[in-house]
Design a protein around this ligand. Structure first.
Ligand code: 4AD
Ligand code: MG
Length: 431
């Protein structure tokens, strides 16, 4: 492939002439000088064209370019401390590839619905660029964490016959006359692959018919889910802590510019280092009541409770030993208190709430069968899963880290919808 130049590497070409292929994001003119705001997908740069350098005709045609016109610019890279990225391009020539029609997204404030309707264009903006580049780095850091530690990555199915995370959020679809559900989590299949490969993980979409509109819920989101044979609750808490620390460190190192574009306070992120605070569900309930929040032991925490809780700590923290009533059928019972499970949620600080959910799984055959029955789940659909307790059952544990929740918190943004290229929510299937 021919040599190509990208804005993110522009610092390597100071005083050299380079050609950049991209789009015009805006322009300003002062009669004899044109300032072209330009992006190429790896970054943003200002290109300065003077009439004397490019000639009258080229200058006039550049002046006629509209926002989001596609453009190939050639110029000499100049270091400039005042420029946002530290560099500027002194234009020697350019070629318009397509002159764009009037662009619907302007500098003025648009409503959420308008921007979401134009998500296919909205992703071009500098804020969305920063968020989605951070998302890509979060995913790559998470995968590198597992890949470099001997986990086998094994995909789990999207079309499934049974629920993993409760029957109320299932998306049903017709499967050749039979009813199938879109996966809510790869966990049950991870448990099977963990018994075959020891340490595994899957990375894929999770689909849940979330019927409430909240800033923390999408109907399609992505999880990275490890599962480890012969691991207990304490083991996976250590993994969660180490994984999240590594993800955050990687974003701080490789995406400092994007965090800067979002004006993120990185001091909070720099504090993300093990050990994270660990509290039990019961201690959390006491803490809530001390903060004047009414909460009955045995209930699940709602978004409002999580918000209060996650303002209490200055770094991510883990809540363990939730009551059986609020956790799914597969959670191992606490041998010290049968009302409790060996479960753990990790919550992000600054009011963000749950970012990871997991725990130790039921090992014993009879206990699992009872739990399936108590959950009124159809035994036949779980027979294969129950088999895992018939043939070499061992203690094992795992968790799911929600990519969008982690990205929202790292970026310090309010709503999950900006953390995924094309969000799916209640009332939002398009574009
Ligand atoms: O806590 P959850 O439901 O746990 C599971 O699915 C387990 N089976 C995972 C496992 O043990 N392998 O979901 C895991 C994480 C949550 O902590 C949250 O970060 C994210 O997935 N999540 C959502 N993210 C966006 N929108 C939603 N509707 C989400 N529901 C869960
Ligand atoms: Mg959860």
């Amino acid at each position: 492939m021919r040599q190509r130049y990208y804005i993110e590497d522009i610092g390597e070409y100071v005083n050299c002439e380079v050609t950049l292929e991209g789009w015009l994001t805006g322009k300003r003119s002062s009669g004899k000088i044109l300032f072209l705001q330009f992006r190429d997908g790896t970054g943003f740069i200002q290109c300065v064209a003077s009439k004397t350098d490019v000639g009258d005709e080229a200058f006039a045609s550049a002046d006629g370019l509209t926002v989001e016109s596609s453009l190939i610019v050639t110029g000499v890279v100049k270091e400039d401390r005042r420029a946002p990225g530290g560099y500027e391009l002194s234009v020697t020539g350019f070629k318009a590839v397509q002159v764009a029609e009037e662009y619907p997204i302007g500098r003025k404030e648009h409503g959420d619905a308008f921007l979401l309707d134009h998500r296919h264009l909205w992703i071009r903006s500098s804020r969305q660029f920063a968020i989605l580049r951070i998302r890509a780095t979060v995913i790559s850091a998470a995968r590198d964490y597992f890949d470099s530690r001997g986990y086998t990555m094994l995909d789990t199915p999207i079309l499934t016959p049974a629920a993993c995370e409760g029957t109320t959020t299932l998306f049903a679809t017709d499967y050749f006359g039979e009813s199938a559900y879109l996966t809510q989590s790869g966990q049950l299949y991870n448990e099977a692959t963990a018994m075959a490969f020891g340490k595994v993980y899957c990375f894929g979409p999770a689909l849940r018919a979330e019927k409430s509109k909240t800033r923390r819920h999408l109907t399609e989101f992505w999880q990275i889910e490890p599962e480890i044979a012969y691991a207990d609750l304490g083991d996976i808490m250590d993994v969660q802590e180490e994984l999240l620390s590594e993800i955050v460190a990687r974003v701080l190192k490789d995406r400092a510019r994007e965090l800067g574009m979002l004006k993120r306070d990185t001091a909070v992120l720099a504090r993300v280092q093990a050990p994270f605070p660990r509290v039990t569900y019961t201690e959390m309930v006491d803490l809530l009541s001390k903060n004047g929040v009414e909460f009955e032991w045995g209930n699940d925490f709602g978004a409002d409770h999580e918000t209060v809780m996650s303002r209490t700590f200055d770094r991510p923290f883990m809540v363990t030993h939730f009551p059986k009533s609020v956790k799914p059928f597969y959670m191992e019972i606490d041998p010290d208190d049968e009302r409790l499970t060996l479960s753990v949620d990790m919550l992000a600080p600054e009011g963000y709430g749950e970012i990871v959910g997991g725990g130790q799984r039921v090992t014993d055959l009879a206990t699992l069968e009872r739990s399936i029955d108590e959950g009124a789940l159809p035994r036949a659909d779980y027979e294969w899963y129950v088999d895992l307790r018939r043939f070499g059952s061992v203690p094992h544990a795992g968790f799911g880290l929600g990519i969008e929740r982690v990205v929202a918190w790292i970026c310090g943004i309010h709503h999950l919808r900006e953390t995924i290229p094309f969000p799916r929510m209640l009332n939002r299937l398009r574009p």
